[in-house]
Design a protein around this ligand. Structure first.
Ligand code: IMP
Ligand code: MG
Length: 176
């Protein structure tokens, strides 16, 4: 068990299982993106660890960009998305893979996809480590998802509680 600030968390997804799922997702991308030189848009901060592990399995040419938005405060989504770091590469006519840690309400992705399409992207797909299908509030098609989880708050492997806990190599779930 781990404790972060006022919350206790228990083991949920072991790092070996995460590694297997990340490798399997990378294989799907290897099949679909060879020869397309896509841009991976990694969403900071949460997706940094997933991105680093994912790209080590990719065997096609690609570029990596980081973008930053913010919707969460503590354990609650605020519903509004702020752009904190934008894209610098020209994405016109490029295939985009958004690399995200977790899709919760879908607000972040729902706001980002039209921005990328407006900038002339040829295609935009989402590759997420985790998804909480029970919390999705936006129409969103997620082509690449490594794992689906119930509506619970988790930390570790890039995900934080109030800024803390991103460093854990396994994923932990909050104890009520
Ligand atoms: P959405 O916009 O509601 O889909 O929220 C997505 C963002 O909220 C993710 O990129 C995470 O940063 C954050 N988030 C959602 N669920 C969790 C969680 O269980 N733990 C930590 N962060 C989360
Ligand atoms: Mg995030």
């Amino acid at each position: 068990m781990i404790t972060i600030k006022d919350k206790h968390f228990e083991p949920f997804i072991h790092h070996e299982q995460i590694a297997e799922k990340v490798a399997a997702l990378a294989e799907k991308l290897n099949t679909d993106y060879t020869g397309r030189n896509p841009i991976l848009v990694s969403i900071l901060n949460g997706a940094f660890m997933f991105t680093a592990d994912l790209v080590r399995h990719l065997n096609f040419d690609h570029e990596i960009q980081f973008a930053k938005f913010s919707s969460y405060e503590g354990m609650e989504t605020t519903g509004k998305v702020k752009e904190l770091i934008g894209l610098s590469l020209d994405i016109k006519d490029r295939d985009i893979i958004i690399v995200e840690d977790i899709i919760d309400t879908g607000t972040t992705m729902h706001n980002l996809i039209p921005k990328l399409t407006e900038k002339g992207a040829r295609s935009v797909e989402i590759a997420t480590l985790l998804m909480k299908p029970g919390k999705l509030q936006m129409p969103l098609s997620v082509k690449y998802c490594a794992m689906e989880i119930p509506n619970e708050f988790i930390v570790g492997y890039g995900l934080d509680y109030d800024g803390i806990g991103r460093n854990y190599k396994s994923i932990y779930v909050v104890k009520e």
